[in-house]
Design a protein around this ligand. Structure first.
Ligand SMILES: [Fe+2]
Ligand SMILES: [Fe+2]
Length: 169
């Protein structure tokens, strides 16, 4: 990948400006999935044994979904003649500039981090679906639409959870 393309890819999500080639777009999505897996894993440990350990099943379910999304993207990358990340440096270059970090066991604060990440996922997948439609790769677009449905559901659930928490206080 050229430096120009890499710098474009490493910018924060810009839904209306799809980046470069099909495999580069899929790599960007894969990077965000890896981050989402890390984020939910982190959330799990921060709430474990604390007041809101009831959130654990939701975090576990979302983490499982993100892991499945990563697998689908990895398969798509190989099908389209690309490759997954060769090393951590390559992954960091493509990853969003802001890595979601959880450093609290306060459920409301955790859910804000998760909400931001899921909003970004919805934006990225929406742009990617549009892109694959535009190049008439309907098979890939269809698979990404299925993932997008999950991301929208994640966002809905975290928002409902957040509202539940704030209204209960
Ligand atoms: Fe995902
Ligand atoms: Fe998600």
């Amino acid at each position: 990948m050229s430096n120009t393309i890499m710098s474009r890819l490493s910018k924060k999500a810009e839904a209306e400006v799809p980046a470069a080639t099909p495999t580069e777009i899929l790599l960007k999505l894969l990077a965000t999935e890896y981050q989402a897996i890390t984020m939910y894993n982190s959330a799990y440990y921060w709430v474990r044994g604390k007041d809101r350990s009831d959130l654990i099943p939701e975090y576990e379910e979302h983490k499982k979904d993100e892991s499945e999304h990563a697998e689908i993207l990895e398969e798509l990358l190989l099908e389209l003649g690309g490759d997954t990340f060769k090393n951590a440096d390559e992954w960091r270059l493509v990853s969003p500039t802001e890595v979601p970090t959880i450093g609290t066991h306060e459920a409301a604060a955790i859910n804000q981090v998760i909400e931001k990440s899921e909003v970004e996922a919805v934006e990225l997948y929406t742009a990617a679906v549009q892109y694959f439609h535009s190049i008439e790769d309907e098979a890939t677009a269809h698979k990404l639409v299925e993932i997008l449905k999950d991301e929208r559901e994640h966002l809905k659930e975290v928002r409902l959870e957040f509202q539940g928490k704030t209204s209960a206080v």
